[in-house]
Design a protein around this ligand. Structure first.
Ligand SMILES: [Zn+2]
Length: 303
């Protein structure tokens, strides 16, 4: 059996899967709820161990937000929570603790790998995957392998494609990055700015889409802006990589009934003739389990 762990911006997901991808157990917790000490890594190891101790594991993987050096297992740089692992050899830490071979990968690439193996992208030749979460993740699977480019960052920086040269400055050094407009965080910010009445809701994004469905508010303009920005990002990615399928993931995609038809309309208008007619744009099939499953199968990505 295989262990997959997905450490995102706010949640930790732990899954055990059979060697053919069947889910044995899956568990999700808020990072703040698993913190017991000042050592986040130790807290993660103990929390995970508590869930998986009865299973006979033969390999595992850790998906983490940020830039990962797979050889050293060290997280090269990041902001926020993942910074707490800076300089730690995660591959050894997990491998030694669970006494199994362990691999480390960027969370969006793990997500894409899970979707390619067992989700929406199965058997596709070129699949692009975009995840709208705390940040905006992206990854590409090409010819049955996660695409890494020359420096292992290939495909994962789609959130830093600029859609406005005069836009706000991004932490990456660029301006007007897609992530600043289309992550789930950015969408929430737009909503609270333009529709302040949503600020009293515990989940403003969910209520916003619900209202759109019921044609209950004046949110169409915010929706159009968000969809337009996201579609422009997708057109850029389609033009760059020529995927046959673009898989969209993240909690926002629970409203795929509203998002996907609108995206398709703009992509079919803006993309070059051939990809326009061919590319399929779909919601993730594995949802919040994709990166955990992908992480559990990282050794397959190396074959
Ligand atoms: Zn950026």
């Amino acid at each position: 059996m295989r262990l997959g762990i997905d450490f995102g911006g706010t949640n930790l997901k732990v899954g055990v899967f059979s060697d053919d991808g069947e889910e044995i157990i899956f568990n999700e917790a808020l990072i703040e709820d698993i913190r017991n000490t000042n050592d986040l890594l130790q807290d993660i190891l103990e929390y995970t161990n508590h869930i998986v101790e009865d299973y006979n594991l033969n390999q595992g993987g850790f998906a983490v937000k940020g830039l990962v050096n797979k050889e050293s297992g060290i997280l090269e740089s990041d902001i926020g929570l993942a910074k707490e692992f800076s300089g730690i050899n995660l591959k050894n830490a997990f491998g030694d603790f669970f006494n199994i071979p362990f691999l480390i990968e960027n969370d969006a690439r793990s997500f894409a790998w899970g979707e390619w193996l067992y989700g929406a992208g199965q058997n596709s030749k070129v699949m692009s995957c975009l995840t709208l979460g705390t940040g905006f993740g992206s990854a590409l699977v090409k010819d049955g392998k996660p695409y890494e480019g020359s420096d292992s960052l290939g495909g994962i920086l789609g959130g830093h494609i600029s859609i406005d040269k005069n836009g706000p400055e991004c932490a990456c050094g660029n301006r007007g990055c897609l992530e600043l407009y289309c992550s789930a965080t950015a969408l929430k910010k737009r909503l609270l700015n333009d529709l302040p009445e949503l600020s009293k809701e515990s989940d403003p994004v969910k209520v916003f889409f619900e209202n759109i469905r019921l044609r209950k508010n004046s949110g169409e303009k915010v929706l159009d802006d968000f969809i337009n920005d996201l579609a422009i990002g997708i057109v850029n990615i389609v033009h760059a990589y020529g995927p046959e399928i673009v898989v969209l993931g993240g909690g926002v995609m629970e409203s795929d009934d509203i998002i996907i038809p609108r995206i398709k309309k703009i992509v079919s208008k803006r993309a070059w003739t051939v990809p326009r007619g061919k590319v399929s744009i779909v919601k993730s099939k594995l949802g919040n389990r994709a990166a955990t499953l992908g992480a559990a199968f990282l050794n397959e990505a190396q074959k």
